[in-house]
Design a protein. Structure first.
Length: 254
């Protein structure tokens, strides 16, 4: 059995056999149960997470109905049970893509911190490859689901940043430039991505373009958002200007 959240919500009963969950509220309920990480969850929390202020007087009844609908599937019935006054969905090791992602990303970060750049790259690539964006795309976006999606997106972005650090540290600067240019276009407020782009350009022997990238970042931040680049980005710019030997490895500290 396999549970996937990093894309459309999926329950894979066997290879090529997906569990069909037609009701959107039932999918919401299943997603919230998965996101709790196998801990018992109170009925009130689940009702708030799935229905919010909608049908406030009938939320607990609606919850029981949708728990029943999920438990009609035998594979789910043996996993979804009452516990400590709430509900718990049992997910076993190796069954959940989010848990697998977090395990790989954590090992990758530790390898990066320890200077094993090849291992870090391999682990982080495997972690990022688990994402089938957009995450939870077939689950209606209640306030709770939206908050979880934002948190998950942040985890993915950190893994990508660490993967870039691992590749930069190995001296493969040129291959990163197009990806980082696209990243800063999509999220121009991400100063870490600007730092990595400047380092990739500088490490590729494109010093003038690295300086131009900083000037572009500064102009955009000031004109569009009324803020100056942060101290890390400014420090990196001055390092580029003076060809600081510390830039030899072209890796961004975490």
């Amino acid at each position: 059995m396999r549970f996937n959240l990093l894309g459309p919500l999926q329950v894979i009963l066997a290879p090529g056999q997906l569990l069909h969950i037609p009701r959107s509220r039932a999918r919401q309920l299943l997603a919230v149960l998965l996101l709790t990480g196998g801990r018992p969850v109170s009925a009130d929390y689940l009702a708030d997470a799935v229905w919010g202020e909608d049908a406030a007087g009938a939320r607990l009844g609606n919850l029981r109905t949708h728990v029943y609908l999920l438990r009609r599937h035998p594979a789910v019935a043996e996993r979804l049970r009452r516990e400590d006054g709430g509900y718990l969905l049992e997910v076993r090791p190796g069954e959940f893509d989010l848990a697998e992602f977090r395990g790989l990303a954590g090992r990758g970060q530790r390898a990066l911190d320890g200077g094993d750049l090849h291992a870090a790259e391999e682990l982080l690539r495997r972690a990022v490859a688990l994402w089938r964006q957009p995450e939870l795309r077939d689950v209606p976006a209640t306030q709770t689901v939206m908050a979880e999606m934002a948190r998950l997106t942040g985890e993915r972005e950190r893994a990508i940043e660490q993967l870039v650090d691992a590749v930069l540290g190995q001296g493969r600067h040129g291959e990163l430039v197009p990806e980082l240019e696209a990243s800063v276009r999509v999220n121009p407020l991400n100063e870490r991505a600007w730092e990595q782009l400047i380092l990739a350009l500088y490490g590729s022997g494109r010093r003038a373009e690295a300086i131009q990238a900083y000037n572009g970042a500064r102009t955009m931040l000031v004109a569009e958002y009324g803020i100056d680049p942060g101290p890390r980005l400014r420090h990196l710019f001055h390092q580029v200007l003076r060809d600081d030997p510390a830039l030899a490895s072209c890796a961004v500290a975490g």
